[in-house]
Design a protein around this ligand. Structure first.
Ligand SMILES: [Mg+2]
Length: 261
């Protein structure tokens, strides 16, 4: 049973983890940025961006996205992240050359089979593919065709998402592996991770009590995350809670200088 992380009990858990040697990590689309029809136009609200920039000054902060790393990078140029992981956990690390070979082959096969399907777009992220069908008017038809097409691929891992089907090399490192790598690199004892979609379940299902606190954007009956945020808007409040848990002496000076009503 998932519990609300912005409840009184959830806030206490957040306050506790803020005092620990913690890595904070976030998915991007659907978590830091609202989902929009055209993924190329997805962007963080100004408020979220400002809060995240301040959180990143107080905590080692990472983004673990399904986007290609260079694509995600554009959104975080002015935020001091300790790590920006792309391709569902594959980038920036070195991967077997075979992954790219596989992905190129899949792309050709899928373009042959799905190329005529209106509203279906195959995004090539070099180490993985994303087949988007958000623009399709006949989603059931699109999903059935995509399912049939990917069933013909070998050595593949297929993860369905929100109006997208992700196609990855079987056995490739996933977001859960990536989170553990960054947590180790940063010498952190524990991590907070917030995500909204199927590939984030690779983190949630690590199931490492005391070493990981998983928060899902949106309640779900099937998620392995112990906590949830009501919706994407609520990410701002979660960032505010993290900020106030690590107030600096400058914050406290500002507060004591403020005129009292
Ligand atoms: Mg997401």
């Amino acid at each position: 049973m998932m519990r609300p992380v912005l409840s009184r009990e959830g806030r206490e858990v957040l306050a506790q983890i803020a005092w620990a040697n913690v890595l904070v990590a976030f998915d991007y689309d659907g978590t830091l940025a609202p989902i929009v029809d055209d993924p190329a136009r997805a962007t963080m609200r100004r408020g979220t961006r400002g809060l995240l920039a301040r959180v990143a000054e107080r905590y080692p902060s990472a983004v673990i996205s399904g986007r290609a790393q260079h694509d995600a990078m554009l959104s975080f140029s002015d935020i001091s992240l300790c790590a920006l992981i792309g391709n569902h956990g594959l980038e920036p690390w070195r991967n077997p050359d075979d992954y790219e070979v596989r992905v190129r082959r899949w792309r050709r096969l899928l373009e042959d089979r799905l190329g005529n399907l209106k509203g279906v777009v195959i995004e090539d992220k070099r180490l993985s593919l994303a087949i988007h069908y958000r623009a399709s008017r006949e989603k059931k038809v699109a999903v059935a065709a995509i399912r049939e097409a990917v069933a013909g691929l070998s050595s593949v891992r297929v993860i369905s998402g929100k109006q997208v089907v992700n196609v990855l090399p079987y056995g490739a490192p996933h977001k859960g592996i990536a989170l553990q790598r960054v947590r180790d690199q940063q010498g952190c004892d524990t991590a907070l991770f917030v995500g909204d979609d199927e590939t984030d379940e690779d983190v949630f299902s690590l199931d490492q009590p005391g070493r990981l606190l998983g928060v899902r954007v949106g309640r779900s009956r099937t998620s392995r995350a112990p906590y949830y945020l009501a919706d994407q808007d609520a990410i701002d409040e979660l960032l505010r809670v993290l900020l106030s848990a690590r107030r600096t002496s400058a914050d406290m000076r500002r507060e004591s200088d403020a005129p009292t009503a």
